[in-house]
Design a protein around this ligand. Structure first.
Ligand code: BGC
Length: 956
């Protein structure tokens, strides 16, 4: 199983051959791409020419005039091959212009925040004792499949600092056994329940700790869902920055409460799978997500800001480029936004092979390279390790930067109290085998084995949490005639025969090859409970809808029959005709781009249900009950929105139940809601449109381009999902935030309490204070040791392909002026942002300016749970008083929400209240480089049940 994963990865990078010898230490942001292309030509040239020369043919002796000619012919072929592999001879641009992403240098030092003060003090004490090589070692992974986890850093045994185990996340622990397959992020988002978000995080963190995982690779909050077809949208929490931010922050607090470092990923703009990495999709370079500063702040960085505010220990930079600079060597993103403006105190790790340059990434703020392999998988070469040591010695990377990298890693370790050696003993599982005994360094030539799996059962009672999340993540879209909830006895009056229920569709059943038969859940077989890719886990068990439904009805009164066939099958028709009630199941799957299944290469190709789901549903609807036309309930499991116009209005389709990706407790959770043991309380975490075009131009996944560096311009800015629908007045099928309850709700008595009225007339947050009297980062001795101390120790046994921090020779240490990335000038440091000052940004941005209150009444006949949502509208076409910029804002934006249970029926009330912060009322001014609160015109606050059902409207 692992082998195919490995192969998938390997095949991704097989064409990388040509860049392997490029000297990473000479990369810079702007020239990287061109240098790589130049090098690749000459390498392929070699390979093509040599065999021809070896043939002693007549042709060679008589027709070939000179060696030079062969070189030219070879070169010609190489160019053609290169062009074709890069996407065809129509490539029009070699590389975009430099300087589209601002340079921000030097990298801000960690240790300037009160909440991390103690951890930095301890970390600095430890790092001061480390040699240069030891510091390098903790910044660099030991290589893919060289340790037990998907990522393993180098240790410093002399000082008791361990190799850190990094493991996916985010819906459970990947490649482990006896752990929980929780509902996916998108299902968690659909609960809109902060408490459950936290509980799931806690349970996830606890399992990680019990398995010895130091760093959990989640939660995911990017992609946010710019395109509804994005393959990995389901790993995150929904297409809105506030929903993502709240869910991410709660998850992080939950994970880290267990002493495990959480990872906010993927930073940033990785909104589609296609072209996410160089060579994976036939282009030498990854896609560039070109995002303007306002959109970056208000949309894509917002959840990361809240994650940093929640104290997240690690952030993962993404594969793609942003404004034509790789995210993992983009100084504006890591030095500027993350470390200066958001005050991030932990460490930035690269996504797996997302690091594309050695010096450039270090200077731009990357702290840890994962999995340690450099430009290619498992070739034993790294961009850091010994190369980073070399860069320090030759002056390309200042030693202060290395000290900061190492201190950030150690500080995060102390911050989560992982120095408690009694409870941290390293991973007790292997990602690479299910056997008890296995290889210690599976990808090397080392044959040493040991006990690698202790089979620790980490599940506890987490199945209950998984079930609650899955149930509350079910969104009831349609419920005509209150057909739901169902009753277990089925008949409403005594009858002389049993009630007949049909359960139809493969999506109700178990994958016929076994629940874990496809690597990383990379196929759509049987019921869909997870998307695919690194974010998926192995199911310890999977309760299918069919299994749960078979058990639930009263057997004396009801017979349950099932059919797994498709819309083409006659069996469906026959069963449907004979039934009094038909439940029909369908799904839509996708996932991470290294897997292609059923023609879906990660991102979906369209927004329709998979496997002719529409056809199946229509067939069931046309036949259910024969001429009597029985009721039909549609149940959908999907990774994102699907179009349902073909069946949504069919008269006997009485209910549509949107069950998202429920994880291992799928069937139980469905029964809980279908039978009303729980209220239907999920709400949509994105918009469901009537037709694909309604999502606007950003819906399209870029799959073909003439550009050598694929360009994706986020020209729609903030106008994605409901912001697009509202602005262009497009009626969706079901709007963002929508979902039915089994009871009915009323909101009244809306009121605003001003925390401090004068704040309303102050456009900017208070000046940043940490620069004047804040806590100072630690100091280190910057004297470099003798380079020879960094050589491999004498007699050292070098394992093949393992990544080491040592130098092989000191002869390669080049003297001379280092080549820095364009814009790198530490004599003129970039001015710190006024929007910074603490974790999450300037603390004044989080000052509560208004408290909104309302009364929620349960007007129906059942107890229930209601999600109350608060939206803010800034004055439209506002003119910034200082800069004259015209600020066009979305019609409304979600700014707060809560889920409230009201048990008492027909009049039971509860007061709901929400704080709104300065940031909630501000826009990001690109010109001022700060958050600005409009002081003229009306700011409107709306409170209600969805983005289009807002009964309370007030002016701030
Ligand atoms: C994914 C990351 C994941 C990493 C390690 C990458 O392919 O993009 O989200 O954490 O692999 O498995």
């Amino acid at each position: 199983m692992r082998k195919s994963l490995e192969e998938a990865y390997r095949s991704d990078s097989s064409e990388d051959e040509d860049i392997e010898e490029f000297d990473p230490l000479n990369y810079d942001e702007g020239t990287l791409k061109r240098k790589k292309q130049k090098k690749s030509r000459s390498n392929i040239d070699d390979g093509t020419v040599r065999p021809l020369h070896e043939r002693k043919s007549w042709a060679r002796r008589h027709l070939v005039p000179s060696k030079f000619c062969w070189w030219m012919i070879g070169l010609f072929f190489v160019v053609v091959i290169l062009l074709l592999s890069a996407g065809g001879i129509w490539v029009r641009k070699a590389a975009p212009e430099d300087g589209q992403s601002d340079p921000v240098y030097p990298s801000p030092l960690g240790g300037a925040d009160k909440e991390w003060e103690e951890s930095y003090r301890k970390a600095a004490d430890l790092v001061r004792q480390m040699t240069l090589v030891e510091k390098v070692n903790i910044t660099t992974g030991v290589g893919w499949m060289m340790g037990m986890c998907v990522g393993n850093t180098g240790p410093v045994p002399r000082l008791g600092f361990p190799s850190l185990c990094l493991q996916d996340g985010p819906l459970g622990l990947r490649f482990t056994q006896n752990t929980t397959a929780f509902p996916a992020g998108i299902t968690v988002g659909a609960t809109w329940n902060r408490e459950l978000m936290r509980l799931r995080g806690e349970a996830h963190g606890k399992e990680a700790r019990l398995k010895g995982v130091n760093v959990l690779l989640g939660p995911a909050m990017g992609p946010i869902g710019r395109s509804p077809m994005g393959g990995r949208n389901w790993e995150g929490f929904g297409t809105d920055p506030v929903l993502q931010a709240v869910a991410a922050a709660e998850t992080i607090k939950g994970i880290q409460s267990q002493g495990v470092i959480a990872t906010a990923k993927h930073f940033i703009g990785n909104e589609q799978e296609h072209f996410r990495q160089g060579w994976e999709w036939g282009r030498p370079n990854a896609i560039s997500s070109n995002i303007d500063d306002r959109t970056l702040h208000e949309m894509y960085a917002w959840p990361f800001a809240e994650s940093v505010k929640a104290g997240v220990g690690s952030v993962m930079c993404s594969y793609n480029q942003v404004n034509n600079s790789y995210a993992c060597q983009n100084s504006k993103l890591m030095n500027g936004i993350l470390k200066d403006e958001l005050g991030f105190q932990g460490f930035v790790q690269s996504d797996w092979l997302a690091q594309r340059g050695g010096v450039a990434s270090a200077l731009a703020g990357l702290d840890v390279t994962m999995p340690g392999d450099g430009l290619r998988w498992q070739d034993g070469k790294t961009l850091w390790g010994g190369s980073l040591a070399k860069a320090i010695f030759n002056g390309s990377v200042p030693v202060e930067r290395l000290n900061d990298m190492a201190t950030r890693v150690v500080a995060a370790w102390y911050q989560m109290k992982q120095d408690d050696q009694d409870s941290w003993k390293g991973p007790n599982f292997s990602s690479w085998t299910h056997e008890k005994i296995g290889l210690i360094h599976p990808a090397s030539d080392d044959k040493a084995t040991g006990v690698v799996n202790q089979f620790v059962n980490a599940q506890g009672d987490h199945g209950d949490i998984a079930r609650r999340v899955a149930a509350e993540g079910i969104v009831l879209l349609k419920n005509n005639d209150n057909i739901l909830p169902l009753t277990r006895s089925a008949w409403t009056q005594p009858m002389d025969r049993k009630f007949k229920v049909a359960i139809i569709g493969e999506d109700a059943r178990m994958n016929k090859n076994g629940m874990n038969s496809c690597v990383d859940r990379g196929c759509n077989e049987g019921t869909l409970a997870s998307g695919w890719g690194s974010g998926a886990v192995e199911f310890p068990y999977l309760i299918t809808p069919l299994a749960a439904l078979k058990e639930v009805w009263d057997k004396d009164n009801v017979t349950v029959s099932s059919y797994g066939g498709s819309g083409w099958s006659n069996g469906v028709e026959k069963l449907a005709k004979e039934s009094d009630l038909c439940l029909v199941f369908a799904n839509a799957d996708g996932g991470e781009g290294f897997i292609t299944s059923g023609g879906v290469a990660g991102d979906r190709n369209n927004l329709y249900l998979a496997k002719d789901g529409n056809k199946l549903i229509k067939k069931v609807a046309n036949n259910c009950g024969g001429d009597a036309k029985s009721n039909v309930i549609v149940v959908l499991h999907t990774i994102g929105p699907v179009l349902m116009e073909e069946f949504v209005d069919l008269p006997n389709v009485k209910a549509i139940v949107y069950a998202n990706l429920p994880g291992q407790e799928s069937g139980n959770a469905l029964v809980d809601v279908l039978f009303g043991d729980k209220d239907a309380s999920g709400r949509l975490p994105y918009t469901i449109a009537k037709k694909e075009e309604d999502y606007g131009p950003s819906r399209k996944i870029l799959t073909s381009t003439k550009d050598l560096v694929p360009q994706q311009n986020f020209t729609e800015g903030l106008f994605i999902d409901y912001r697009h629908f509202d602005y262009h007045n497009i009626t969706p099928r079901y709007e963002f935030g929508y979902g039915l309850s089994y009871t009915t709700w009323h909101l009244s008595s809306g009121q605003i309490n001003y925390a401090n009225l004068s704040e309303k007339f102050k456009p900017l947050p208070s000046p940043r204070t940490d620069l004047n009297d804040g806590i100072k980062p630690p100091n280190f001795d910057t004297t470099l040791p003798e380079p020879s101390t960094a050589l491999f120790p004498p007699g050292f046994r070098i394992l093949k392909k393992y990544i080491y921090p040592y130098l092989s020779s000191i002869k390669t240490l080049v003297k001379g002026p280092p080549q820095y990335p364009t814009g790198f000038d530490i004599t003129h440091p970039t001015t710190p942002s006024p929007a910074g000052g603490a974790q999450g940004g300037n603390p004044d941005l989080y000052t509560i300016l208004a408290e909104v209150r309302a009364t929620l009444t349960n007007t129906g006949k059942r107890p229930g749970s209601c999600v109350v949502q608060v939206y803010v509208s800034l004055p439209q076409n506002y003119i910034d008083e200082e800069t004259g910029e015209v600020i066009v804002s979305p019609v409304r934006q979600l700014r707060n929400f809560s889920k409230t249970v009201v048990e008492e029926t027909e009049g039971g009330r509860k007061e709901v209240k929400f704080g709104l912060t300065r940031k909630d009322f501000s826009y990001w001014s690109t010109t001022r480089g700060n958050w600005v609160l409009p002081t003229k015109g009306d700011i409107v606050i709306e409170v209600g049940f969805s983005s289009r059902d807002l009964p309370i409207r007030m002016t701030y």
